[in-house]
Design a binder for this molecule. Sequence first.
Ligand code: HXC
Length: 277
Amino acid sequence: ASYEHILTSTPKPGVGLITLNRPEALNALCTPLMTELNSALSSYDNDASIGAIIITGSEKAFAAGADIKEMAPLTFSSAYTSNFIAPWSHLTTIRKPVIAAVSGYALGGGCELALMCDILYCNEKAVFGQPEIKLGTIPGAGGSQRLTRAVGKSKAMELILTGKNFSGKEAKEWGVAAEVVEGGLEELLAKATETAETIAGYSRVAVVAGKEVVGKSQELSLREGVEFERRVFHSLFGSRDQKIGELTFFPGFGDGWLILLGMTAFAEKKKPEWSHE
Ligand code: HXC
């Protein structure tokens, strides 16, 4: 598909890269851009060759927020009846892991978009913030909930009520980012791609399950979450990739190819060949 506001590519086998590309507006997240992002996310999610997805922006801006010029004329009734911003949640329904690679501004909706991703990497040029209060409004794409879960109530209150920015280093210190990578966008993308490639190299079934159970930790009580995890863990004994001691033959190749699956391969000290089933 060809897009106007984003670029898509596969930097490594199994890795889908989405680059927000609206440089004239520092990747402000207008509705047409979000529609394209959602479409690209769905395409990668439905593409069996893709195992992990990266979202990035430019060196200067991951995304400088929702599009203020688009929002300015909205009224309560137009925002309410069109359920403005609701389609942004599409990202949280993607089954495959999504990595944010943040260089430069990740403000307002840009920060919220990064917070929706499963793993967040940034560099020292990253500038995060929820500046909505300065515009007479509040975060509207989950920032008050996700930032609070990431940094705790007191820090989130301070950030959201003052609109103060925070750095890539602080993002790492506070648990918003998994890693702050030294260097520019290139080094950051190398790190994100390496992680995405690692994830894409595992059984898709286990990866999707791993993402699902960690995601539940943000929504369920500890007891419910642990029970949910155990059920999903049990269910993975039903996956082909886990099977122990089973000889699996590839139909249509003479006598068949032995595929070494997860625990079998471990026992035989061999590298597994995942069936993704
Ligand atoms: C629309 C934006 C924009 C935005 C930047 N631009 N941010 N347009 N929406 N969020 C546009 C500018 O108007 C300008 O266009 C061009 O991008 C370059 O921006 P400059 O301001 O000239 O760049 P610079 O001086 O380098 O300053 C960078 C900046 C500043 C500090 C990031 O642009 C800024 O403060 N932007 C707004 C950040 C913000 O408040 N974000 C939160 C939005 S509210 P022209 O045409 O003049 O060249 C939000 C609500 C979320 O996100 C709730 C629901 C999702």
